[in-house]
Ligand binder design. Structure first.
Ligand SMILES: [Zn+2]
Length: 295
């Protein structure tokens, strides 16, 4: 489920966490609010799901008879459903048993257009890959639920997606250095036109020219925008106007940063990239409304 994120996390960034994995074994069963990150059919009637539990963190579970039992699952194991999950330990198996799942929140609009599906799928895959298994992260659960609520009600916003990424990275202890050099800590970085930093994801963010021996240059406006977005809430994200070229710079920088913590590219990113290409092709053919950002 989770790959190299845990072992690649720099020790200085590691946060104290509470492991709840053992508690499930002691308690036998546990009920938690949970978000469905992945759900695949298994056998004739079962499903294997990946859940982000508010009090369990990321867990895998098998839902016996899920494709037939409306009583125990209520048809609520679709991508990004939120509900109360009753989980049971399975005698040393990594997979838990999902006894029942009572849907509490349904995002009716998420399946209404491919862009919403794309953003929801990306967020779900990001959480699956970056969240350590069985490590309770209630703030991350709340962040994901809030993002999905905005996505459902207001549609896609690339800027809000950047805010989600930055907030998630911060909560996981991966926040990039954006306002000071990641190596020497100097804070007198340019905000004008002079390019005086490089972006080096595996060094933790921006690095001043005095410290950098590699990496690609980052424009001051991209660095300043990322720094501003890191201080912005999901609710306020749509009020931040970003030009398309700066939006692409922010998107690419965060994509590179996230890739440092992954063992393989995210499949959902390819889908988002295809959507972006379609959007650009369409806007090249038809006079378009002002664009607020890239995908
Ligand atoms: Zn430096």
């Amino acid at each position: 489920m989770t790959d190299l994120a845990a072992v690649r996390r720099p020790a200085r960034c590691r946060r104290a966490r509470v492991s709840v994995g053992a508690n499930i074994g002691i308690l036998g069963t546990l009920t938690t609010a949970a978000l469905v990150l992945r759900s695949i059919d298994y056998g004739e009637s079962d499903r294997v799901v990946t859940l982000l539990g508010r009090s369990t963190g990321c867990v895998g579970a098998i839902a016996r008879g899920a494709r037939k039992s409306q009583h125990r699952f209520g048809g609520g194991l679709g991508l990004c459903s939120i509900g109360d999950a009753m989980l049971r330990e399975r005698g040393g198996s990594e997979l838990l048993t999902l006894e029942r799942f009572d849907v509490t929140t349904t995002y009716l609009s998420l399946g209404s257009d491919v862009a919403r599906i794309g953003h929801a799928g990306y967020v779900a895959e990001l959480l699956t890959k970056l969240c350590a298994p069985r490590q309770a992260e209630p703030e991350i659960f709340d962040l994901a639920a809030s993002f999905l609520r905005h996505l459902d009600a207001e549609g896609v916003s690339p800027t809000r997606l950047r805010v989600f990424e930055l907030t998630l990275l911060e909560r996981l202890g991966f926040a990039p250095a954006l306002e000071t050099c990641a190596v020497c800590g100097r804070s007198d970085l340019s905000v004008g036109e002079t390019i005086d930093v490089r972006f080096i994801p595996d060094r933790g963010g921006v690095v001043c020219q005095g410290c950098a021996t590699r990496g690609r240059s980052m424009r001051p406006v991209v660095r300043a925008t990322l720094a501003a977005l890191a201080r912005t809430s999901l609710s306020d994200a749509v009020n931040v106007v970003v030009t398309p070229d700066v939006a692409r710079g922010c998107r690419d920088a965060l994509s590179e940063l996230i890739a440092v913590h992954l063992s393989a590219p995210l499949r959902s990113l390819q889908f988002l990239s295809q959507l972006d290409n379609l959007e650009r092709t369409a806007s090249a053919r038809v006079p378009a409304l002002p664009v607020r950002g890239a995908t």
